[in-house]
Design a protein around this ligand. Structure first.
Ligand code: CAA
Length: 389
């Protein structure tokens, strides 16, 4: 039986900062950010969008009433959770009006959480072929103003409906994982910004990619020539390029893989790092932007979460009946964003949810999204669905 990703939905906040402006403000050559890092724009989340609302705004793009009825699990990959105990998946279940007959949990392992969700979902569907699973990758990447990591921030959510006989990507059952206790990137409970040893984290990423890819080839008796594209977790787009360069040669097939990578990085360069969702935003980018996309194309995926966990797995492009609606949805949401200047970005960055038991209400007059966070009352977050007030 084929299982995999039937539909993909995407949401990113409606404001972004331009990387040339950020480079100028930080006294860096714009080429460092645009070429050396490979980012053009960075999504900035207003305080009224957190991972729960972004996930709801992504999922609502794709779920029909019949889809909602078939969902038996909600697996929410995030490293930007909103509560130390209650899972984001349960908030999401309520906002999406899913049935109570659902297993709803949050999964955390840095940027890898959504891949754990995808693989658990596929395993579940293999034994429950009439069910569906909703998998989310949603995060707000924060390193801090004036830090080396600032250029690699971002915000957004990808929602994936995992089913039997999927329309977009069939996920193959063989995969190779690798994990080790590494302090390359982490965020202690008392911090809202990540701590990172940036250059070391790049090395860990490349090392995990090479280890899992080598082992995958051995186990599946495949080589680079069996793949039409490689997709990567993209904390910044140059990172995936660096990884791909470690395996390509000087031949036509390698050139083709580099061309496919250009398509796969386009949206990530315009959004920034969305941590758990980044690999799947790259999948959306490839499906929408590749000039060669056709059913049956074979694609390799490298998922990585600092700390660290890596996984290499493979998939095949499906019939693509949902590609047109995916293309319309994603291009519309990217095109309707508003640019903010550096001062506005800095003030949005500093405008955080109070870490405080007091009640508060946000100014939500600028919100255009269907779901947003209104504030806190009696130590409880108040989420709004504008279509169901
Ligand atoms: N024109 C063109 N390129 C230029 C340039 C110019 N004027 N000036 C510099 N560059 C290039 C450099 O040569 C370098 O390219 P290479 O890496 O290919 O050599 C690139 O721009 C970056 O330059 P630096 O290494 O000097 O940049 P930096 O020290 O300021 O930091 C960084 C870069 C380490 C990625 C930093 O942004 C960071 O710490 N980011 C967060 C951590 C991260 O994303 N790690 C990735 C792996 S971990 C992971 O994947 C999990 C996750 O999501 C966090």
């Amino acid at each position: 039986m084929k299982v995999g990703i039937d539909k993909l939905g995407f949401y990113t906040p409606e404001t972004y900062v331009d990387m040339t402006e950020l480079a100028n403000a930080r006294g860096e050559e714009p080429a460092k950010y645009l070429v050396g890092i490979g980012q053009q724009k960075q999504a900035i989340a207003p305080v009224t969008q957190d991972v729960v609302t972004m996930a709801a705004n992504a999922a609502t793009q794709i779920l029909t009433p019949a889809d909602k009825q078939a969902i038996k699990m909600v697996l929410f990959g995030t490293e930007s959770g909103v509560d130390n105990s209650k899972s984001t998946a349960v908030y999401l279940q309520t906002l999406l009006n899913l049935s109570a007959d659902v297993r709803a949990v949050e999964i955390k392992q840095a940027c890898y959480g959504a891949t754990a969700g995808v693989q658990m979902a596929c395993d579940y569907i293999r034994s429950h072929p009439t069910a569906s699973v909703l998998v989310i990758g949603a995060d707000i990447a924060r390193y801090g103003l004036n830090t080396p990591g600032e250029v690699t921030q971002g915000a957004g959510a990808v929602a994936m409906l995992i089913k039997a006989n999927p329309d977009l990507i069939e996920i193959e059952s063989e995969s190779v994982f690798h994990s080790a206790d590494v302090m390359d990137f982490w965020r202690p409970l008392y911090r809202s910004e990540a701590l990172v040893d940036g250059h070391y984290s790049n090395n860990v990423y490349i090392d995990f990619f090479n280890q899992t890819w080598q082992e995958f080839q051995k186990r599946t008796k495949t080589t680079i020539n069996d793949f039409d594209a490689f997709l990567f977790h993209l904390p910044y787009t140059k990172m995936g390029l660096k990884a791909l360069r470690t395996i390509v040669a000087d031949d036509q097939h390698s050139q083709d893989l580099l061309t496919e990578f250009e398509a796969a990085k386009k949206f990530n360069a315009e959004v920034g790092n969305i941590y758990t969702g980044s690999l799947y935003l790259s999948l959306i980018s490839w499906l929408v932007n590749s000039k060669t996309i056709t059913p049956g194309k074979h694609v390799g995926f490298f998922s990585f979460g600092s700390g660290a966990q890596g996984e290499f797995f493979a998939g095949k492009v499906g019939p693509l009946k949902h590609l047109e609606s995916l293309t319309n949805q994603v291009t519309t949401s990217l095109n309707q964003r508003q640019q903010v200047n550096i001062k506005e970005y800095e003030s949005m960055f500093m405008d955080r949810k109070p870490f405080d038991p007091k009640d508060y209400l946000f100014d939500t007059s600028a919100e255009k999204a269907q779901f947003y966070l209104k504030g806190q009352q009696n130590n409880q977050l108040i989420y709004v669905d504008t279509k169901n007030k």
